[in-house]
Design a protein around this ligand. Sequence first.
Ligand SMILES: *Cc1c(COP(=O)(O)O)cnc(C)c1O
Length: 390
Amino acid sequence: MSTTENMLPFIPFTRPHFNQETIDAVAEVLRSGWVTSGPKLAEFEATLSEYFGGRPVRCFANGTATMKIALQVADIGPGDEVITTPISWVATSNVILGVGATPVFVDIDPITRNIDLDQVAAAITPKTRAIMPVYLAGLPVDMDRLYALAKQHKLRVIEDAAQAFGSQWQGQKIGSIGDLVSFSFQANKNLSTVEGGCLVLNNIDEAKLAEKFRLQGLTRQGIDGMDVDVLGGKDNLTDVNAVIGLHQLKQLPVFQTRRAALARQYFDVIRSELKSAGLDDLKLELPVENFTDSNWHMFQIVLPLDQLNAERAQVMTELKDMGIGTGVHYPIITGFTLYKKLGYKTESTPIAQRIGRSILTLPLFPGMADEDIGRIASALVGILKKHRKN
Ligand SMILES: *Cc1c(COP(=O)(O)O)cnc(C)c1O
């Protein structure tokens, strides 16, 4: 490793961006005397509702709480099965277990890395109540096929769109169509409130129910203007977070354009680096080149481990030594101890098993410089060449 490489700044796999206007707005909320859920939350929810074509939207403390409340609104609980993907953040299946229901894992499509809709029908039983797809890296599934399946089998759909804020399906925003659609505003997501989430619902009755679940089951009816008739939690979003979201929403178009431009460069530069390194036959898998639907939440590659003398961890360490941060999104959920104890097997979803071992997230965030892409691609290809099996 050369000294110059050592001196280059470290590129994390992602980094949130909050501008001065956002920082000032947060200070204003802190000084206002009303810091928890209040007027800024109401404004954020109304703005989001407008963004999603007028559908009701409610915000929550985080994406995990948002998905849990979506399941509660759909009345999913003990005895129910929910079909989902094993390649997601573990929150997806944890919330299903959390409400007492059973996650049923269907294998993924190796190209999109999302749930394979061709295999969903075979996993449906009389206990199935919902499908919970995940839009990995912001790429949606085929929404026409998803909702045709749901309609045919009379299932609810709870979209884990945590990574898909700003993504589209045939010109329509994810969230503006569909059943219950859950987003996360966690720090790494395309739009962040530091921590937070929102749920797009079908009607005001569902929105009122979601409000109850997010605050102790409280309703404003009853003799003293207060009653509790369902078991709720404490999952509200504060005005401090909401005001950050309002400002992030203004910057979203700029963020999105930048993400797409960086993703485009990745495809070009990785391909040309592979070519000049004489690695044309290396089966490195790039993402689906979709510049109309994806919000480019992440740029993920799948390493050709059977053509390499190194595991993913080794590649990550070598990149880190060159000042490049990467991530694993995600290891297969059924490989976790809890899920193994519950009887799940990674072998039952072989494509997810392979991709969970070999998927790698390269840095992608709006604040990256063009030169960063070249630096990352050449470091990556250099490492692959070094570990190439003969
Ligand atoms: C981020 C994320 C979540 C959870 O959101 P939190 O806000 O961290 O609770 C769930 N599912 C997926 C796919 C995510 O990326």
